[in-house]
Design a protein around this ligand. Sequence first.
Ligand code: URA
Length: 283
Amino acid sequence: MSSIKDLAYCCPYLHFHYTTLHFGRRICSEICYNTLMRMDRLLANSGYGTRSQIRELIRSGRVSLHGVVIVDPSFSVEEAQKPEIQLDGSPVQSSRYLYVCLHKPSGYLTALEDKRLPTIADLLPQELLFKGLTPVGRLDYHTTGLLLLTNNGTLSHRLTSPKWHIEKTYLVTYDGDPLTEDVRRLFASGMTLSENPGEIEKLAPAVLELLSGSTCRITITEGKTHQVKRMLAAVSRSVTALHRESVGGITLLHGPASGEIRSLTQEEILSLFDAAKMTGTPV
Ligand code: URA
């Protein structure tokens, strides 16, 4: 054991308290490796109740770690070491990450705070906001439909990066002449946007499905700002309503209703991992 840092790292309890009290935030975050988590947070993240309910559970002696009762909700455990936690004598299935989908209504910013306008944070239960959930990509203020949220940064990054070719499908209502086969071919070939002189933006191939009236379905694999609206503007149509139907195979077919959220099922999470070529288990 060469230093207090090594000593602290080997003992989660000492680690948390020593670094918090004596080194402050910077060094604490430097050596926590993101796997040290407060017991109340871990249980709340794993769906055992709200943070305040969990604190009560812990204080009343119903939670144990490796057979020893823990009564301090701020007690921290090293998640990477797969702690054996029990609640009322039954093993706790701890999960570090959350995967949620929101059916976004029109009239909300895809942001967690804003001084002037309603944000999607207004639609999330308070306890979720403390769990580091962030939206995966962005829908415009008036765009409706599927918005994924997670605190798994790697997955979030892959779902939004064009490199991983994750399909996002939109139902589009537009103004202007009905779209044609020529436009379908143009989108499929990977069109170029040149909205500003001297600036050319090459897009990845997109799938256009012509539907009846002034609607169509567009599937893209990247998420450039206002991409669908800009693609339609480039062929002299303007989007009047935009609804995201799916991301990486996840849809709203099984809910939730507009303005509501639901957790992704284990099957959906695994399929997202698969689509994003993530290895390992999604816990
Ligand atoms: N493309 C857009 O133009 N807006 C959205 O909200 C999503 C995709």
